[in-house]
Design a protein around this ligand. Structure first.
Ligand code: ZN
Ligand code: MN
Length: 497
């Protein structure tokens, strides 16, 4: 299945990559974009539908004001101009999960346009230009049953759930990012990660990539080195983690170069990303915009946000992310490297939230960047999607701070959290993880260790206190790591004084 690839460094010797990102953000409004159906995740299939979102004849849509508000706030946060007047448009194409056979979207009149976001990559800043952010509705969800891959090919039958049809989406489209060279994969990842942080700070979406609240399409093309023209692009759809965004860009760069190297041309098409094998495969040939036969939506009035409203919304924006990062780095006492690693791991917002729950900053950083990052990596998800909350991390650290558990035992508490065994306190109780500092129990274990290691005991009596480590180790082993090591050391030295 894997295509021929050119080594990454060789790609850059011959070509310049151009990168573009289209990110769909599912808003967390309580109702859908054009009807009053609940917009919550996970209901019974086809229970959250009505004539409007099913596209039944005669049903009339009405625009969700809260969704427009969120769109404007996203646009402002991305330094966009906000349209004084804009319309929805019908994007016509047939797809079974789209009951109207058109998607109500925006075409040449997006609500927000001409913005930018400064993306921090490896300590430097890359300005990514935002072409537009427009409003549209989500489709339903198809489930293909019986095939090996979960795709329609080879399936026995398909089911469709329209609960998601009509949920408000904001699509954020960058201008082509050129001149990135070898940093293209990294920039793509950093952009999506920073955009997610911004969306979270705005509070307009759950922004979970694993649940499809935030979906990234990655456009990539190669042009001969030094040429300022753009090559033919491919669009890799719905890449569902930051790491996969980076991998997909890298892969497409290597694949494009291989195709171009044989003298063939790149087909303008959508591609599927395969998380497990790390490759993309061909999807459908990508239509030009003309093929969608866009025309203004006749059933909706134009959206004309007043300047007063836009200014009012400008006042609700979160602190500028760059300013905020500088401020928090000072508050937390992080070195530049610590900060860079935190941002690079997509953990900045998580550390911030964990500190807000009362956790010391260095401890918050340590847990997210080591223990939790490792587990997320093993499960192939972003740490934000791992299923451990900042409040839980703070609670675990509180147990370390009050001496209930040590760092090693805390890792088992995280095992329990991921297994859904309850709160950190409940897990400590149920798994019997609390450190033993009871004098009687510790004393008995120390006496047993001394009796079992007479040579070591004699060394300590002779003043070689460094030898105590062996006895402490024996006690810790005996007590399955659950002894207070400092207290054990004191007891050993007391007894052998
Ligand atoms: Zn509805
Ligand atoms: Mn779209």
């Amino acid at each position: 299945m894997a295509a021929d690839l050119v080594a990454f460094d060789d790609v850059l010797a011959t070509y310049d990559p151009a990168l573009g990102l289209e990110v769909h953000v599912e808003l967390n409004t309580s109702t859908k974009m054009f009807c009053g159906c609940p917009a919550v995740f996970g209901g019974e299939p086809n229970a959250q539908v009505c004539p409007t979102c099913l596209g039944l004849p005669g049903a009339m849509p009405v625009v969700n004001r809260k969704a427009v508000e969120s769109a404007i706030r996203i646009g402002l946060a991305l330094n966009c101009s906000i349209a004084e007047w804009c319309r929805f448009a019908r994007k016509n194409y047939f797809y079974p999960d789209m009951p109207k056979n058109f998607q109500t979207s925006q075409y040449d009149e997006p609500i927000a346009f001409d913005g930018w976001m400064d993306v921090e990559v490896d300590g430097g800043v890359v300005r990514v230009e935002i072409e537009r952010a427009h409003m549209e509705e989500d489709t339903g969800k198809s489930l293909h049953v019986g095939g090996a891959t979960g795709r329609i090919h080879g399936a026995d039958y398909s089911l469709v759930d329209y609960n998601r049809a009509g949920i408000p989406l904001i699509e954020i489209v960058t201008r082509p990012i050129q001149g990135a060279g070898a940093r293209a994969p990294e920039i793509a990842r950093a952009y999506v990660a920073q955009l997610r942080d911004l969306i979270v700070a705005l509070g307009v979406s759950e922004a979970r990539m694993d649940q499809g609240n935030l979906r990234a399409d990655v456009n990539l093309s190669l042009a001969p080195k030094g040429s300022d023209r753009l090559g033919t692009r491919t669009e890799t759809k719905n890449v569902n983690s930051f790491r996969s965004v980076e991998r997909a860009v890298r892969y497409e760069m290597q694949r494009h170069a291989a195709v171009l190297g044989t003298g063939a041309t790149i087909l303008q098409e959508t591609r599927h990303w395969h998380e497990d094998t790390g490759v993309t495969t061909s999807g459908r040939e990508k239509s030009d915009a003309d093929d969608y036969r866009y025309f203004p939506e006749p059933d909706l009035v134009p959206v004309a946000p007043s300047r007063e409203w836009v200014d009012e919304l400008r006042g609700t924006l979160p602190e500028n992310p760059t300013v905020k990062r500088t401020r928090l780095q000072a508050d937390w006492g992080f070195t530049d490297l610590e900060m860079r690693d935190t941002v690079g791991a997509g953990a900045f917002g998580l550390v911030e939230a964990t500190v807000a729950e009362g956790c010391p900053p260095q401890a918050a950083r340590k847990w997210w960047l080591t223990e939790l990052a490792r587990r997320a990596n093993e499960s192939g998800v972003d740490i934000a999607d791992l299923g451990v909350s900042p409040a839980q991390v703070a609670a675990v650290q509180a147990l370390v701070d009050d001496g209930t558990v040590n760092d090693k035992l805390a890792r088992q508490v995280f095992d329990g959290l991921l297994a859904g065994e309850g709160t950190p306190e409940e897990i400590v109780a149920a798994r019997g993880l609390a450190i033993v500092s009871d004098e009687g129990a510790l004393g008995a274990a120390v006496d047993a260790a001394i009796a079992a290691n007479p040579d070591v005991a004699q060394k300590i009596r002779d003043g070689k206190h460094a030898a105590a480590g062996a006895l402490i180790g024996a006690v810790m082993k005996e007590m399955r790591g659950q002894a207070d090591a400092g207290r054990v050391r004191e007891l050993v030295l007391e007894r052998l004084a």
